[in-house]
Design a protein around this ligand. Sequence first.
Ligand code: ZN
Length: 486
Amino acid sequence: MSVVEQRMREGIAGGPPDEVLGEALARATDTRIVEVGAGALYGAADTFASCFGSHTAVVVADETTYEVAGRTVHRVLRSARLPVTDALVFPSRPLLHADFARAAWLRDRLAAHEAIPVAVGAGTINDLTKLAAHLAGRPYMAVATAASMDGYAAFGAAITRDGFKQTMLCPAPRAIVADMDVLAAAPAALTASGFGDLVGKITAGADWLVADALGVEAVDDAIWTMVQPAVRQAVQDAARLGGGEPAAVARLFRCLVMSGLAMQAARSSRPASGAEHQLSHLWEMRRLAVDGHAVSHGFKVGVGTVAVAALYERLLAHDLAQLDVEAVCARWPALATWEAAVRQTHADPALRAQALAEVRAKYVDADGLRVRLQRLRERWPALTERLRGQLLPAKALRSLLATAGCPSEPHEIGLTTAALRASFGAARQIRRRYTVLDLAVEVGLLEPGLEALFAAGGELADWRTEAAAQSARTRPLAAGAGHNSD
Ligand SMILES: [Zn+2]
C-alpha cells in the first residue's frame, strides 16, 4: 500500500488511539481509509474520490439501509459531481440473506457497467457486495449502518452456498465510512450483537496465548496490540451501549474495525477468533434459531465466550506444571478413534466431512503430544499468569453481556444446557485452529471440567441471573428480526 490516509472526525473520545488505527491501516492490505464520526456520511464523496478519483459509483443497499443512509450517500456523491448510476436496492422483506445466488445476481448487475460499488448496510449487504465486487474484479467502499460485527474490515465474506455457510476469500473494502448518528440509531439488538462479537476477543486472545506458549502459532505483538488493549477498554462501555450512547457505539465500531484490520494484516482470523467462534460456527451450521429467527453472530459469540471463559477457570484451577505427561500420552487415542467420534457427533454429511478433514489436519500422535505437553509443563506458570491477566471471569462476562442487552445464557439463543455441554467437544472438531478446547482434551481435563461446570452449583449449570432475566424481558430474542443483521 503506497498511501495511508486516515481521517478521524471529532466527537469520539476513547477507543483505539489514532496512532494504533494508523498503524493498523499501514499494515492492512486492502483498507486505506477508515472514517468514523458525527456526520461522516456527508464526507462519503471525499472518501470515495480519495480512493477512486472520478470513477463512477453505484450505491448497493437493501430497502431499509437505503432509507437509513443509502439515499443520503447517493445524493452526497451526486452533489460532489461524481458520476453515479442508479442504486441497486435489495428488498428488505423477506429478510435478506448473504447467499451465493444473491451475490451472483449482484455480480451480474455490476458487470453491466464499470461503477465502483458503495455498500450501504451492515453484515449482509457488506458480505454480498464484498464477494460480488471481487467476482466482478473491482474494489469497493463500505458505509456502515450498525456496529453489529467485525466483518466490515475482514478479508473474506460469510456466504451461504449449498446450504452451508462458508467464508469466501475476497478483499476487504478500500474505505470504510461510519456515521455516529446512523450507528447510534440502529436497532439496539444490532449494537448488542457487535458487543457480543467484541467480548469474544477476550477468549480469542487467551487461545492465541496458549497456542503461542505451546509453539503452535506465535503471537504477533503488533497485531495483538491492534485488538486487545482497545477491547479491554470497550467492554467497560456495556452500560453506555445498553443506553444507546452514540460515543460508546462509535468506540465499539472502531474496535470492531480494528479487529477486522488485524485479520487483514494477519491474513487469518486468529487475532479475533478462538474457541468462542468455534462454538458460534457450530451453532450457525446447526441453524440455531429462536422463534424461527436465526440468532445473530454476536449473540452466539457472546454465549460462547462465557462458556469458554468458564472452561478456562476450570483449567486454571489445576497445576499443569505437575502434569503426568507419560500417563496422558499412554491414554492418547489413535486418529481412528477421533474419526469415529466425529462420525458419531455430526449427523449432517457436509458438516461431518468438514469435521473429519479438520480433525485429521490437527491430529498429533502420542510422540507429538509428549513434546507439546512437556513444553506445557515448563511454561505453565508463566502461561497461567498471562491467561489470568487476559481473561475475565465468566460471571463478570455474563453480567457485562446482559448489561449491554446481549444474551448471556444458552436458552436465550435457543440452546438447552445439555446442547451447550455437548457443543464443547463438537466445536473442537470443526476447525483446525488450536484453542483451549484442544488443550483441555490433550491434558485429559475436558470431560472432568464439563462435569464440574454443569454439576449443581457449577458455573454453567445455573445460568439465570437477575441482570439476564431483566434484559431478556425487554429485548427481542434474535437480532435476525431487525434489519441487516450479520
Ligand atoms: Zn465474530
